[in-house]
Design a protein around this ligand. Structure first.
Ligand code: NAP
Length: 283
């Protein structure tokens, strides 16, 4: 597995396994199969409701802890955010059955972002988590956060796929040393991604599937990818992207698929800030 080096020197696999929308009662099986297929980065979140099942699969795998890279995410906390964020971090860690975390992400750019970030900084300083980062931060919010706090986020996990490529946002992240990580790399299949003629045509030239072309494009663009699948055959397919290279012409053809717009929701809109920003996990 190829790694990226985060801004604090921590090594992170460039390809991992995401477990969003995998039901809790199927997650242990899925993660067990993903680990058997060779994935070492597992991406979950308190909001996914499946941290315990991820933890069971990790424990039963027998894989040495230091070979794994486990990410979970902090959901929006009520005041006092700093205190509550520290508490829910420990709950996540307990559910995962771990005594430290590799990466803790602030899931959404909403609520008392500063209070939550200070709690994450403190957890990082205490050695409870090797790297801290954010998710769904557009460049303005990201640069505000890193300009006014001690620790620069190591990662920003954002919607990134062929139809929403985020190249300008990635440039800002590169400038500030923040690693871009794609969520929804397949756009969850929206826009008929898996039968897109440009992507299929490129795949045919390499004897690869559309999924493999997309993941190759991400990793070749230095973007960390975390495809989700509940199927063992697809898990194996999705990790098999390190034996071919996209040409400049093929990269240009993929670049032309960018619409510059989210296929899910835009965190900068009042509607999303109002709805998502008010959501609480236990409410
Ligand atoms: P995704 O990875 O873009 O797409 C998953 C979909 O693609 C599933 O329907 C899956 O079906 C299908 N699929 C997977 N491999 C395939 C293949 N080789 N051929 C055909 N279909 C295939 O979607 P995602 O789960 O939303 O994103 C990936 C991860 O990003 C998540 O699991 C989560 O960890 C993270 N995420 C983070 C945020 C955030 O706010 N930070 C938001 C969304 C997601 P099957 O399962 O049936 O194979």
């Amino acid at each position: 597995m190829h790694n990226v080096t985060l801004n604090n020197g921590v090594e992170m696999p460039i390809l991992g396994f995401g477990v969003f929308q995998i039901p809790a009662d199927d997650t242990e099986r899925a993660v067990t199969e993903a680990l058997a297929a060779g994935y070492r980065l597992i991406d979950t979140a308190a909001a996914y409701g499946n941290e315990e099942a991820v933890g069971k699969a990790i424990k039963n795998s027998g894989i040495p802890r230091e070979e794994l890279f486990v990410t979970t995410k902090l959901w929006i906390q009520d005041a006092p955010a700093q205190e509550n964020a520290t508490r829910v971090f420990e709950t996540s860690l307990r559910k995962l059955g771990l005594d430290y975390l590799d990466l803790y992400l602030m899931h959404q750019p909403f609520g008392d972002v500063y209070g939550q970030w200070r709690a994450m900084e403190a957890l990082h300083h205490r050695g409870r988590v090797r790297a801290i980062g954010v998710s769904n931060f557009y460049p303005d919010r990201l640069v505000d956060l890193l300009s006014n706090n001690e620790v620069t986020p190591a990662v920003n996990q954002i919607e990134t796929h062929p139809f929403f490529q985020r190249t300008a946002d990635q440039d800002v992240m590169i400038e500030h040393g923040v690693q871009i990580q794609s969520w929804g790399g397949f756009a969850e299949g929206k826009n008929d991604l898996f039968t897109n003629p440009v992507l299929s045509g490129i795949g045919a030239k390499h004897g690869k599937s559309v999924a493999q072309v997309v993941l190759r494009w991400l990793v070749q663009s230095d973007i960390v990818a975390i495809p989700k699948s509940v199927r063992a055959d697809r898990m194996a397919e999705n990790i098999d992207v390190f034996d071919f290279e996209l040409t400049d012409d093929q990269l240009a053809a993929i670049a032309a698929l960018d619409t510059g717009e989210s296929l899910f929701f835009d965190h900068r809109t009042a509607a999303v800030a109002g709805q998502l920003g008010k959501r609480r996990l236990d409410g």
